[in-house]
Design a protein around this ligand. Structure first.
Ligand code: ZN
Length: 156
């Protein structure tokens, strides 16, 4: 077999099985740092607004993903959004069965591009696409500057 021959059988090539450790740190960057510290210190969910195309993007970024302009003002997007889509988790991140299913949803905010993926505090059968939800923040003294400073989104 040459490089130009195609194979659909991964077992036909030299291979071995094993485990590969992959540990990493994810940097939030300048915009992410500002987003999380504002969430922690002021309890506000902020997006960034492009001075050229006037779109507000969440999570905020340093540069507009539409026109590549440097983002200008930041805007408080509020705490009320709508469920754009959702999924129901039956197992935890370790693969263990959960006692109660957890609903994760993509929450979009009015006049904002993007959104946040977060826990929706509701029974799975009660969650609907388009339902309005409100961010429930942790008490200020418990906030750490993470997305979990938003405890969950609760149906309105
Ligand atoms: Zn733009």
């Amino acid at each position: 077999m040459t490089f130009l021959d195609r194979s659909r059988d991964p077992e036909a090539h030299k291979h071995w099985y094993g485990d590969m450790e992959a540990s990493y740190l994810y940097s939030t960057g300048i915009a992410g740092e500002r987003f999380f510290t504002t969430l922690r210190d002021k309890g506000k969910i902020m997006g960034a607004t492009c001075p050229q195309c006037r779109k507000t993007i969440l999570p905020p970024r340093m540069y507009c993903e539409i026109c590549f302009s440097e983002m200008g003002d930041w805007a408080d997007v509020g705490k009320v959004g709508k469920v754009d889509t959702f999924s129901i988790a039956q197992v935890g991140i370790g693969g263990e069965p959960l006692e109660e299913p957890v609903v994760y949803g993509l929450i979009r905010f009015p006049k904002v591009d993007g959104g946040l993926v977060h826990i929706i505090d509701a029974k799975p059968e009660k969650v609907k696409i388009g339902m309005r939800v409100n961010a429930k923040l942790r008490p200020k003294k418990e906030r750490t500057g993470s997305i979990l400073d938003i405890e969950c989104f609760k149906p309105i």
